[in-house]
Design a protein around this ligand. Structure first.
Ligand code: NAP
Length: 256
């Protein structure tokens, strides 16, 4: 039987066919999951809808995660359409471009707040709404992080601080939701070319550095991240929660 046969999931964070969330969605769909998708704005609907429809999705809903009314509407429609939920994928991050260019010390209050709200707090609010739909179903919640949460990566700045909050949120949520049988984990992915990564100054430098120094002497693909997402969403990882799992060709273990 396919790994996710009969499971129902929702994917937050598909922007286009290069999105890590899209690779995850395809892998989950190939393993039998029925999926709902969200998109962040009208402009994105044009790109997300055809992708979502290509994997048979019927629930394709608007959701800017800074808007509580939109989040509520998404979960109301998931309750009506699916009845319950087994998987939630959170692949969302945003920071102002100017905050990813200069020194971290220059981060504005508004820039800090925005990065935290979209990239970290959103996991907590989505988990809270998913909870009643996941209770008693061994639900799995996954998010995407990056090494900049723990180590200084030049110009990752406010996003690194948001990812640190995101990883801490994974642990607190795992502790809260574990007694209800719901697992919460993060994947810390190596650099991959996507719309979001294009906004980080010096991204190609980051990528080339990993290719030169990582134990596997290469970067990783979105499909490799999706493989670990599949593991975390399935019963293969039934004893794993509160973890940050690296899919980075081993780069994080290197000291020099
Ligand atoms: P992506 O395709 O650009 O996905 C980022 C998604 O976040 C987009 O769908 C974007 O929608 C969405 N988003 C931004 N603000 C939002 C909001 N207010 N409400 C709802 N959605 C919003 O890039 P990606 O690289 O696949 O990123 C997915 C996740 O992986 C992110 O958390 C990222 O930090 C993480 N990650 C990426 C890498 C990498 O190198 N690519 C490495 C490690 C971790 P819009 O396009 O409309 O803004």
């Amino acid at each position: 039987m396919a790994l996710l046969q009969g499971r129902k999931g929702i994917i937050f964070g598909v922007a286009n066919e290069k999105s890590i969330a899209w690779a995850i969605a395809r892998a989950m769909n190939n393993e039998g999951a029925e999926l709902a998708f969200t998109y962040a704005g009208d402009a994105l609907e044009k790109r997300v809808r055809p992708l979502a429809e290509s994997v048979g999705a019927k629930l394709i809903l608007p959701c800017d995660v800074t808007k509580d009314d939109q989040i509520r509407a998404v979960f109301d429609q998931v309750r009506t359409g699916f009845g319950h939920l087994d998987i939630l994928v959170h692949a969302i991050a945003f920071a102002n471009k100017e905050d990813l260019k200069s020194d971290f010390v220059a981060t504005s209050r508004d820039g800090y707040r925005l990065a935290q709200d979209v990239s970290a707090y959103s996991l907590t609010v989505l988990a809270r709404h998913a909870l009643p739909l996941m209770e008693g179903r061994h639900g799995s919640i996954l998010t995407l992080s990056y090494l900049g949460a723990e180590k200084v990566i030049p110009r990752y700045n406010v996003m690194g601080v948001a990812k640190a909050a995101l990883e801490a949120s994974v642990r607190y949520l795992a502790a809260d939701l574990g007694p209800k049988g719901i697992r919460v984990n993060a994947i810390s992915a190596g650099p991959i070319r996507t719309l979001a990564s294009a906004g980080i100054s010096g991204f190609l430098e980051m990528l080339h550095h990993v290719e030169a120094k990582a134990p596997l002497r290469r970067g990783v693909t979105a499909e490799e991240v999706a493989g670990t997402a599949l593991f975390l969403a399935s019963d293969l990882s039934s004893g794993v929660t509160g973890e940050v799992i690296y899919v980075d060709a081993g780069y994080n273990i290197m000291g020099m």
